[in-house]
Ligand binder design. Sequence first.
Ligand SMILES: *[C@@H]1O[C@H](CO)[C@@H](O)[C@H](O)[C@H]1NC(C)=O
Ligand SMILES: *[C@@H]1O[C@H](CO)[C@@H](O)[C@H](O)[C@H]1NC(C)=O
Length: 385
Amino acid sequence: MASPSGSTFMSKPTLATLFLLLLVQINAISGCYTSIFQFGDSLADTGNLLFSRNDEHSYMRNYPYGETYFKRPTGRCSDGRLVIDFIAQAMGIPLLPPYLGHSNQDFKHGVNFAVVGATALDLAFFEQRQVHVYTNYSLGVQLEWFKQLLPSLCASPSGCQDMLRKSLFLVGEIGGNDYNDPFLQGKSVQELRAIVPHVIDTISSTITALIDEGAVTLMVPGNLPIGCSPSYLTVLESKNKDDYDANGCLSWLNEFSQFHNQLLQSELNRLREAHPHATIIFADYYNVAMELYQFPNQLGFTGRALTACCGGGGTYNYNVSAKCGDQGFTACIDPSLYVNWDGVHLTERAYSHIATGILNRPFTTPRINFGCISSNPQNDDHPYS
Ligand SMILES: *[C@@H]1O[C@H](CO)[C@@H](O)[C@H](O)[C@H]1NC(C)=O
Ligand SMILES: *[C@@H]1O[C@H](CO)[C@@H](O)[C@H](O)[C@H]1NC(C)=O
């Protein structure tokens, strides 16, 4: 037993030390994410395309894909970096390696399961409805990849929980292809609205499964304004001026994107109540991307906002018979002046605008607390904060 004076003497440093330890621990848990796990489609694929047996998108393996940043095609559907690349760089971790064609040694800071063409719903759902989809690597398949891989990424169950606590899970954007493929194959907007709840259910059950595995911070992006996409503007071109908004986008398609986003946000509210210990963040891709179409000149996109940089001609430089990287296309000289890269995907500079909106501006709910993030993505061009 210590003497009263001894215990008084000891208590100060002990308390101070405890307090310091506590601070350090809180920082380590809530501040710094050391890994990212990404699920999704071509908006986030950092190279799975190159390793997937999928010849339908093979033109995306060609120059000028990648010309701006990597100086070679990397499997990314852009001229350079994607939102996920800007997030990784802001977190100070290496660019995410694609799951296919890589080894566990490369996955120290996470892994990217996103695949070009991926749908939220499984292949069977579309086969039943006679819709052709471009890959069978659905969200469910990507979740299975994660579950199979996880034990090899951490030595013990408690080590896994610790690693997952310090990981950021990006679930999406996903669902865009669940709509693209049927829309572009002639399904009606009524038929499409009926599948939105199925897409949201699939995203929701994936989030629940990840939380059950130990995920605590998840970011879930909504859909982009697809009515501003050169592919849709071309294929679903209308003679009726009333179909277009003031920016030249197809209003009814943007309303469809917002319908998806509303259902997604209500579902995320439900999930937050069911899992109060988890942080479930909605990333508002729609509204941050809308700025690109509303204020292209102010943001430095002086090429036409609705025209693809790289494509095979036509009003929006999108031609299904002459896609970027395929035969008979032309590419603009300076992609940084364009919002759209290839008719479907955005340029690096447009993705940088979205990443800045997510990281530094109020386009996430709740606001994301990265703690350790030091640098801003480049092109910090946002006069509308
Ligand atoms: C997807 O399709 C490929 C090619 O047909 C096949 O080899 C692969 O096993 C399929 N994967 C899944 C998860 O169904
Ligand atoms: C689309 O590409 C095809 C094949 O190269 C070409 O024949 C056609 O003229 C192009 N359409 C437009 C509108 O440029």
